[in-house]
Write a protein that binds this ligand. Structure first.
Ligand SMILES: Cc1ncc(C[n+]2csc(CCOP(=O)(O)OP(=O)(O)O)c2C)c(N)n1
Length: 331
């Protein structure tokens, strides 16, 4: 599919930069806390991939739905989830978005159309198809997006979901974030052929984009959303990107040998999606040095407020776990 040359309005572009910076700041905070032993459990960070979530979600409205992955903080925030509620959830606090019962891999907010991060690799695809079917039946023009990794693209449910979504013309957008790894396996060792060719076999619109270029993602998703909202069925986006941090924080403590070269990480650090977008907006005159400084201050303040609220919140009510997790009081 041909790319267009549309650009977001200056206000929208600045909102996208803001969102990317907020995601980065929140995750750097999590990384530091994890390193200092202040954060229990594993967190899978999205650092380096922010352009995908933000470029896609900038094309969505509140009533559209998304499903996410184990690396889901960026999707949650980009779709409008609250940083304070997310941090509280990750730190197992009662004020968490799921009252601290789910943690990092289960952040969800149905009121924002965020159907949830998901610890089951590829688990979000069929859920998004169900949401797309509901949207189709409701007839309001809403769409459902499923985010998934290149590793998840090797699960059979991708074929099943592409099949039913195409057959039923579901308003659904598949977003594969090809970050080069499936846990500690480089994609080239586990993935045959090109992922987008799998979707192309269904003759649906397929876009292959630089996932570190938020405008390229935004354009591709705009085209995909137009098709889906018009009732013309699903579309597929393969976004090439890279995860800068490990598969999960503290992975070094369990790995005996490195699975990637420092030099490779450094090439991608130089392709930081936030730095390049910021520079582009400065070059275009959309962003001034003064506005940039106030944006950075705002992000620091937002992070500080969210982190303080999370740290001061009371712990999750473990006594409520059965009634919060099971429809029938745990029986
Ligand atoms: C069904 C299932 N199989 C295996 C796992 C273990 N696992 C967790 S993350 C992961 C790799 C996922 O890779 P990818 O989909 O590319 O996402 P990324 O971690 O690169 O964001 C695997 C195999 C799991 N959680 N669920």
């Amino acid at each position: 599919v041909e790319q267009d040359d549309r650009m977001p309005s200056p206000d929208d572009a600045l909102a996208m930069l803001h969102q990317m910076k907020l995601i980065r700041a929140v995750e750097e905070h999590l990384s530091e806390d994890s390193r200092r032993g202040q954060l229990a459990g594993a967190v899978h960070l999205y650092i380096g991939q922010e352009a995908v979530a933000v470029g896609v979600c900038a094309r969505l409205r509140l009533s559209d739905k998304i499903t996410s992955t184990h690396r889901g903080h960026g999707h949650f925030l980009a779709k409008g989830g609250s940083p304070a509620s997310m941090l509280a959830e990750i730190y197992a606090k009662d004020s968490g978005i799921c009252r601290g019962m789910g943690g990092s891999m289960h952040v969800a907010d149905l009121s924002k159309g965020i159907l949830g991060a998901n610890g089951i690799v590829a688990g979000g695809m069929a859920i998004a198809a169900g949401a797309a079917l509901a949207a189709q039946m409701a007839g309001q023009g809403d769409v459902a997006v499923c985010f998934f990794g290149d590793g998840a693209a090797n699960e059979g449910v991708l074929m099943e979901t592409l099949n039913i979504a195409t057959l039923w013309k579901l308003p659904m957008i598949f977003v594969c974030e090809n970050n080069g790894f499936s846990e500690f396996s480089p994609s080239v060792t586990v993935t045959a052929g090109r992922i987008r060719d799998r979707a192309a076999a269904f003759c649906i619109p397929c876009h292959e984009v630089d996932g570190n270029d938020v405008i390229a993602v935004w354009r591709a998703c705009g085209a995909a959303v137009d098709v889906a909202r018009a009732g013309d069925g699903p579309a597929f986006i393969e976004a090439h990107t890279y995860r800068i941090h490990g598969h999960f924080e503290a992975e070094a403590s369990i790995l005996k040998t490195a699975y990637r070269e420092e030099a490779e990480i450094s090439v991608w650090r130089d392709r930081d999606p936030i730095v390049s977008f910021q520079q582009r907006l400065l070059d275009l005159g959309v962003l001034s040095a003064g506005r940039l400084a106030s944006l950075d201050t705002l992000v620091r303040e937002e992070l500080h407020a969210a982190a303080m609220a999370a740290s001061e919140a009371p712990p999750a009510r473990t006594d409520l776990a059965p009634s919060l997790m099971f429809a029938d009081n745990g029986v």
